[in-house]
Design a protein around this ligand. Structure first.
Ligand SMILES: [Zn+2]
Ligand SMILES: [Zn+2]
Length: 99
């Protein structure tokens, strides 16, 4: 499935259209399969993926931003319970558990 966060194939952060990588937003949580099934993926340029220290794989703040954006988008059409069942964590609101 395609990304629920973007329609165009460009870097989610800077909009670059060249040298894109497909990133699983929850790949660090052992939920790669859910990411694929539910479109929890984004395109990132190499630098914003893993090619620099500000890339999502090394940048906690950016990682968290993507997870929050993704949960928000998912919850436009699903409940929080459904998200929790899939990912096992909540990234939004005052009850967020960041682990
Ligand atoms: Zn980029
Ligand atoms: Zn990645």
């Amino acid at each position: 499935m395609d990304s629920i966060l973007q329609k165009d194939k460009r870097c989610y952060v800077c909009g670059a259209q060249e040298g894109l990588h497909r990133h699983h937003i929850f790949c660090g949580t052992g939920r790669r399969w859910q990411s694929e099934t539910h479109g929890f993926v984004v395109y990132l340029c190499a630098a914003h993926h893993n090619g620099s220290e500000y890339g999502v794989h090394f940048n906690k703040a950016l990682d968290l931003k993507l997870r929050r954006d993704c949960q928000k988008k998912f919850e436009e059409t699903h409940t929080r319970d459904e998200f929790m069942r899939l990912i096992g964590r909540n990234y939004l609101g005052k009850n967020a558990n960041m682990g």
